[in-house]
Design a protein around this ligand. Structure first.
Ligand code: NAP
Length: 314
């Protein structure tokens, strides 16, 4: 079996930047995309804060540029999911549904996924009115009533985007203060189609074949009421995609991988980049930066391995 220099698990900004840097170091990285290439940014409608693009661009456009740039220098992209990892022996082993691979170094960039509300109806109506991706599904709600759940940047950014289609967008937030930054708050509050419903949580999602309404509860009074809506877009944060590494790598109580300043995890040779190890910043630019750091560390790690195998070589 070929032993790869480096396998990168995940293809968001962290994974594709790690691919670019390791490719430019002539390490011929192999990138596993996971479910789909790009991770969360590929379902983001507008990226306005990635430097170098003063007019902004869409998430899929940015991912396409990341991928092309990495491939130009020799990165190989495998459209597959990693199903198993073994970091006990070196070279490390990983499996996809179809194959087994070996690598001298690994970069984990599996990112984070949208959190679920966990209320009745949410799972059953996913894809039939419940969505976590306005970019993907907004178009289907032309002239319809939509509710957005959450009070952070994602909720407001996507609520504004959804007003292109919806007749009205009601943002349901569990407090009376938004978590989102001031620019987005102002943009959302200025938008005539957006209404805020404060101090309220969704307790049930109901319908007949597709979503027709949500049941909500006022957290102060306990009063329960029904809001008619055909679309329910949920933006209440994220959880790290670290299930594959449970018991194999150190993680915090929320499941984020613990990596040192040099992006090394609890296993030497296994590095972590992007949101999988970052519950705090979670920006495209910070994830890309972490991917760059992990790639540089892989280069150093591989050089040290070589030195140990062939002491004194140039
Ligand atoms: P977030 O900042 O963690 O916000 C999550 C929101 O959901 C909060 O308002 C939270 O309420 C609410 N929430 C959490 N659990 C809930 C539950 N069980 N039921 C009801 N509401 C719940 O997540 P995010 O908006 O996805 O943003 C993640 C990161 O990406 C942030 O750092 C953000 O700045 C960044 N981001 C930036 C941009 C941009 O710069 N354009 C765009 C999108 C995201 P509380 O406020 O009460 O906790």
């Amino acid at each position: 079996m070929t032993v790869e220099n480096v396998i990168i698990i995940g293809s968001g900004p962290a994974g594709l930047t790690a691919a670019l840097y390791t490719a430019r170091a002539d390490l011929k990285p192999l990138v596993f995309t996971g479910n789909e290439i790009g991770g969360q940014v590929s379902i983001t409608n507008e990226v306005e804060n990635y430097p170098g693009f003063p007019d902004g661009l869409t998430g899929p456009e940015l991912v396409d540029k990341f991928q092309k740039q990495a491939e130009r220098f020799g990165a190989r992209v495998e459209y597959a999911e990693v199903t198993e990892v073994d970091f006990d022996a070196h070279p490390f082993r990983i499996r996809s549904y179809d194959n087994e691979y070996q690598a001298k170094a690994i970069i984990i960039a599996t990112g984070a996924s949208p959190s679920k509300l966990g209320v009745p109806g949410e799972t059953g109506f996913t894809g039939r009115g419940v969505s976590y991706c306005a970019t993907c599904d907004g178009f289907f709600f032309q002239g319809r009533e939509i509710v957005v759940v959450g009070g952070g940047d994602s909720a407001l950014e996507e609520a504004v985007f959804l007003t292109k289609f919806a007749s009205r967008v009601r943002v349901i937030h569990r407090r009376d203060q938004l978590r989102a930054g001031s620019t987005l708050q102002e943009r959302a509050k200025r938008n005539q189609k957006i209404e805020f419903i404060w101090n309220t949580v969704v307790t049930e999602i109901n319908g007949n074949g597709a979503v027709e309404s949500v049941q909500v509860k006022d957290v102060n009074t306990g009063e329960v009421s029904t809001l008619e809506a055909e679309g329910v877009f949920i933006y209440i944060g994220h959880y790290p995609n670290s299930q594959l590494f449970k018991g194999k790598l150190k993680m915090d109580e929320e499941g984020y991988l613990i990596a040192d300043r040099r992006t090394c995890t609890s296993v030497p040779g296994v590095f972590a980049a992007g949101e999988i190890a970052d519950p705090i910043f979670r920006q495209v630019i910070t994830s890309a930066g972490e991917g760059c750091k992990a790639a540089i560390q892989v280069e150093r790690y591989l050089a040290e391995l070589e030195d140990r195998a062939y002491p004194g070589h140039q």
